[in-house]
Design a protein around this ligand. Sequence first.
Ligand SMILES: [Zn+2]
Length: 262
Amino acid sequence: MKSEKDLRRAIVQVCKQIHQKGWISSTDGNVSARLANNRLLITPTGIHKGFMDERDLIVVDMEGNLIRGTRQPSSEILLHLTCYCERPDIQSVVHAHPTMCVAFSMAGITLAKCLLPEVVFTLGAIPTANYAPPSTQEVADSIRCHVKEHDAIILERHGSLTVGKDVFAAYNTLERMEHVAEMTYYARQIGEVRPLEPRQIEELQRIGEAHGWARKKVTVNERCNNCNACGKLAPERNNGAAAPDVERVVEEEVARALAGRG
Ligand SMILES: [Zn+2]
């Protein structure tokens, strides 16, 4: 385990990077790391993470009680505590508000695994946790089942949650997830996005396993055409919109084409 001094430096570095990337604004976001003796080092509440100092970080116990430091714990402390409780293997938790990931969740579109090899290799799938009001126990409960199996989770209409074996690993996963969201967004603007074929996913999983990359296998239910990141399905999740009447749309398009020819 790294020294507390090294962890303080790493957390401040990662917070500044997240701010520079534009994935948090003002006092948003929080980052934590495990210390020895059931203690956590975590960013305090109400501080701008882009201008934070190593001395601003505080130490809490596994119930979230302040042990050392002059500031109060992050408002999302429950989110962090739940991750450490459910995942004894992780050393760090990063919560941010990455633009594209949040935008996809606002549009009711889940970001899944079926489009890009690196997601199949590394993350397996990116689940979206149901909406819960920020800073509540409900947020912590919304991710509990997901974090057991996944290192990257989108919090609906709120942000991201990534975990890892150290502060930089949790940050790397955030960066990868937002990059995937960005590429998916642009692909959807350009044209139809075709998901990977099931046999291609299986092939990628075999390669990933051989390299020891894949943490979680993409299951049959999670495979292509369920995630709707490709935009092929309607209605999209949570927006309450009715599915377009495909027959009617086709008829209208055909009528328009025929009228144009005439
Ligand atoms: Zn947040």
